[in-house]
Design a protein around this ligand. Structure first.
Ligand code: SF4
Length: 349
């Protein structure tokens, strides 16, 4: 075990009054009717919500629901989870089922190997929340819910490739795995000598912060791997006091914290929202990392922000914030060996 120097003991999370994260994961809103009624929204949104849910089911944890302003259809958190009529419109050209070609990069079940030196391990297919813009909304998760035998073969794939030094746990959401399964997987990865870095992409610290248990924090702190947690947060309103405490606990345990967001029309495509997000993240010890242009997945075209508008926002953001709080604007292009940076113009386009 490699020790990271920590002068102070790890701070612990007080979970005495909370429902456990497993209870919260089970007790989620899954119908348009419940979502609309709990938030006191006009029932005329219900038919579109029901139709959209046939394509990609609704799933909203109560901890997230509580941060949504009732009766406000423009709430930036609500728009991430409620299917609107635009989702059911005919798909514009260029919006497809698998915009990043993951099905063709998914040669061994559980492994997506697109980038040099790192692989994505799809640990399971479930998420705590269903984000309407998700590029994996049509991904064949059933084929990637691995049996023990398939786990071993996914790990053998990594063992056989000494050039892989980073394993990225993805999903679905890797933190929906229980501790027994997750910790066994981390131990197996630690045993591969050429892997030195573990990256976990998870939205759970944002949507069900109770998942950041003392046991999880301790296990990540004790890992021989350099651990990076990439949380996925799109709006400052997603970070309430409980989320802030969970993020700070991970920071104090020596876990590197980064954020990646998606630039989403009607949610965060304005200067104030992006400034507030970066500031709020940094208060919680998280560095803004990537701001993604939307992946053109079927059913999400209404979230699309034009590239030129994204570039203008970046220019304005650079004029407002220090460089380390400005995320990189990127796009994923099927077949490219890394994310494609989008340059910031010298003056508005
Ligand atoms: S948590 Fe991530 S993978 Fe899951 S639905 Fe949201 S964006 Fe997609």
């Amino acid at each position: 075990m490699t020790h990271i120097f920590h002068p102070a003991p790890i701070e612990t999370v007080d979970t005495s009054t909370q429902a456990s994260w497993q209870q919260q994961l089970a007790d989620v809103v899954t119908t348009g009717r419940e979502l609309i009624s709990k938030l006191n929204l006009d029932p005329h949104y219900l038919p579109a919500a029901n139709q959209g849910a046939l394509d990609f089911p609704i799933r909203v944890p109560k901890a997230y629901l509580n941060r949504i302003t009732p009766a406000d259809i423009h709430d930036p958190l609500l728009r991430q989870v409620l299917p609107l009529k635009e989702e059911n419109e005919p798909t514009p050209t260029g919006f497809v089922l698998d915009p990043l070609g993951e099905a063709s990069s998914n040669k061994t079940p559980g492994i997506v190997h697109k980038y040099h030196g790192r692989v994505l391990l799809i640990t399971n297919g479930s998420c705590a929340i269903h984000c309407r813009y998700c590029f994996r909304r049509h991904f064949p998760y059933d084929e990637n819910n691995l049996s023990l035998k398939q786990w071993l073969s996914a790990l053998d794939y990594i063992k056989a490739r000494p050039e892989i030094n980073e394993v990225i746990l993805s999903g679905g959401d890797p933190l929906t795995n229980n501790d027994k399964r997750l910790f066994a997987l981390i131990s197996a990865i630690e045993a591969i000598p050429h892997v030195t870095r573990l990256r976990i992409h998870s939205r759970l610290p944002i949507v069900i912060p109770a998942r950041v248990t003392n046991e999880l924090v301790q296990r990540l702190h004790d890992s021989s791997l350099n651990v990076v947690m990439v949380v996925h947060c799109n709006h400052a309103n997603e970070i309430d006091e409980e989320v802030a405490a969970a993020l700070q606990t991970m920071h104090h345990a020596g876990i590197h914290l980064l954020n990646q967001s998606v630039l989403l029309k009607g949610i965060n495509d304005n200067l104030n929202s992006l400034v507030n997000l970066s500031e709020r993240l940094f208060t919680c010890r998280v560095l803004p990392y990537y701001l993604h242009l939307l992946d053109p997945v079927m059913g999400a075209h209404h979230f699309d922000v034009k590239e030129a508008d994204g570039q203008n926002l970046m220019l304005a953001l650079q004029n407002k914030l220090p460089g380390f709080l400005v995320p990189k604007l990127v796009r994923e292009v099927d077949g490219r060996p890394s994310k494609t940076p989008i340059s910031t113009p010298l003056s508005p386009i």
